[in-house]
Design a binder for this molecule. Structure first.
Ligand code: R5P
Length: 295
């Protein structure tokens, strides 16, 4: 165990120097097994190296939140625009048709509802069912610094072991309690722990200062979490900046499905993430596609 006293400030992030090129388009994945690469290759576009995930797994602790009242009506039509769907197995099996075959990132942790301590999660799905449902990855919350830290890290490492056996990558989600500050120092800590303990992808929040140090010091792809619904210009600006600062994609829920026109929004987010569309042009695109909305 390293001595925690007298640690030097970390400052050698080399944010201008990408990790040396490899033949596979997903960061850190060069030495993975074929099946793992094949699944990651479905999630991240070979052309841009990026992903637009649509998150609608909120029901696993929140119930039918706004925009997710009817998954069959509100969400299923959006699936064709996403590079991956982040959802529970229950939502997928009941409400999302297997066609058009959008890759699945299946929620594999759960337990407490919003009425309880959310950090007290356990593994909520066996890897054999991830195989059965054709998951391209499974997702698990990790509460670094929170009351559920050790248990949630344990959950993740168990899933990583099972995922390596099955060739299924794990998406570790940095879950930030109200008491923790979402600054770069914290996000570097959380994302690095998740990657070092074996997750092949990390989902985390954007922060206004030094986000590029979060992406540069994490050896696997960092996917920006959406968070609560923001005005369209702010949501697109955040996505643009995250990508510009090294994120490998976004995983957005409420900023898409709570919008006046979710179909227009996900198509606009795609243009920002995959084509580098500037946020101001994105607002125009959303306005055009939605018939005049700027919500
Ligand atoms: C995040 O921790 C959970 O996975 C959420 O249920 C979801 O993915 C959040 O999406 P958003 O914050 O973009 O609505």
């Amino acid at each position: 165990m390293a001595d925690l006293e007298g640690n030097l400030e970390a400052d050698r992030f080399h944010t201008d120097t990408p990790v040396a090129a490899s033949t596979f388009h997903v960061k850190g994945a060069e030495s993975y097994d074929y099946g793992m690469k094949h699944r990651l290759g479905r999630i991240f576009s070979p052309e841009s190296g990026r992903t637009v995930m649509l998150a609608f797994d909120h029901g696993y602790f929140q119930g039918p939140t706004s925009g997710l009242e009817r998954l069959d009506l509100n969400i299923a039509p959006l699936a064709r625009h996403a590079d991956a769907l982040m959802a529970t197995r229950g939502a997928l099996r009941t409400s999302i048709p297997p066609s058009p075959g959008t890759p699945l990132v299946v929620r594999a942790s759960g337990g407490p509802s919003i009425l309880k301590d959310l950090s007290d999660e356990r593994i909520a799905m066996d890897m054999s069912d991830a195989v059965r449902i054709d998951a391209s990855a499974v997702a698990v919350q990790v509460f670094v610094g929170g009351p559920g830290e050790t248990q949630s890290v344990y959950n993740m490492t168990r899933l990583v072991d099972a995922g390596i056996n099955a060739g299924i990558p794990v998406l570790g989600v940095t879950a930030v309690g109200r008491e923790l500050t979402r600054d770069a120092r914290y996000l570097r800590l959380a994302t690095r722990i998740i990657a070092e303990l074996g997750a092949q992808m990390v989902k985390t929040y954007y922060c206004d200062e030094d986000f590029e140090t979060v992406t540069s010091s994490c050896p696997v792809p960092v996917i920006m979490a959406g968070g609560k619904k923001l005005p369209v210009d702010e949501a697109l600006d955040m996505a643009y900046k995250a990508i510009d600062q090294g994120a490998a994609g976004v995983d957005m829920g409420r900023n898409i499905f709570q919008r006046g026109n979710p179909d227009a929004m996900i198509r606009t987010v795609r243009a920002v993430v995959h084509e580098g569309l500037a946020p101001a042009d994105g607002v125009e695109m959303y306005r055009d596609l939605s018939g005049g909305l700027v919500d």
